[in-house]
Design a protein around this ligand. Sequence first.
Ligand SMILES: [Zn+2]
Length: 284
Amino acid sequence: MPELPEVETVRRMLEVSVRGRTIASVRLSGAKLRSRIAPSLPSRLRRRRVTGVRRHGKYLLIDLDEDLTLLSHLGMSGRWLFSTDGRPAPLPHVHVRLAFADGSSLRFQDPRRFGMLRLVRRDRLWRDPSLAVLGPDPFASPPAGEWLHRLARGARVSVKNFLLDQRRLAGIGNIYASEILHRGRVDPRRRAGALGREEWNAVAAEIPRVLGEAIERMGTTFRSYRTLWNEPGGYGEKLLVYDRAGEPCRRCGTPIKRIVQGQRSTYFCPRCQGRKASRAPARS
Ligand SMILES: [Zn+2]
C-alpha cells in the first residue's frame, strides 16, 4: 500500500504536471471504489483548473478553482498516471480519466479498487470525515520525541501499531514503521506506553530521515505502486529490515526476523532492537 513517501512522490509530480491545466472532460468507469464515485463528478469537474496539489498523510488534495478540492486516496493499488499524448495506450482498471484542454490526460488506475475520490468544497475540507480524524503529518511537521512520549502515555498497543495509527500520525504505514523502529533501535513488540523519553527521541529523529530518504528515491515499490510516469520507486534496495526475513542485519549480521502484528508483517533485528540493544556491540 502506498505510504507517505509514495504519495508525496505522486504529489510532487502532479504539481509539476497538472497544475495550471484545465479539465475539459471526465470519464468514469462506473465501478465502485472504496466508496462510490459521485455520478455528478464529471459535470462538476468540467472547466475547472488545477491550482495546486497538497498532501496530508496518505491523502492527495488536488485544489481546483471555484474553491473545490478533489480528495484522493490511493488505497491498496491506486495510481495516478499522466500522459501528454492525447491518445494514450489503453490500460485496464482505469476508473477515472481526466482529459485536459491541451490534450494531456490524467488517469486513475486501481485494480483492487480500495482507492477513493471525492470532490469537496474547500471551506469544508478539514471537516470531511476522512481528513477530520487524521493526526498531524509527520513529514510536514515532524513530531518531537517529547510530544510522542506524551501522546503514548498509557498506550497499551505495541509501538509498531502505534506508529501505524493514522489518528495519531498520518502517513506512516507498514514498510516505514519497521524501518523507523529499526533505525531507532526499538523493539516493535514493546508497548508504546512503556517507551522512555530517550527512546521516543530516537524514534522521532528517524521519522523525517527515513521518510525524506524514501521520498528522494521516489518511494518503495513492492507490488503495485508506480509514480505518475508509471515507474517503480527506488527505495526498495535501501530497506534495512522490511521484507528481509532471514537475511543478515546490515548492522550486526543477525538474521532479520519477521513477526505478525495486527495481521501485518513486522521486520526487525532481534539483536539491534532487543532489550539490551543499547549495550549490544555493533559489528560494523
Ligand atoms: Zn542487527
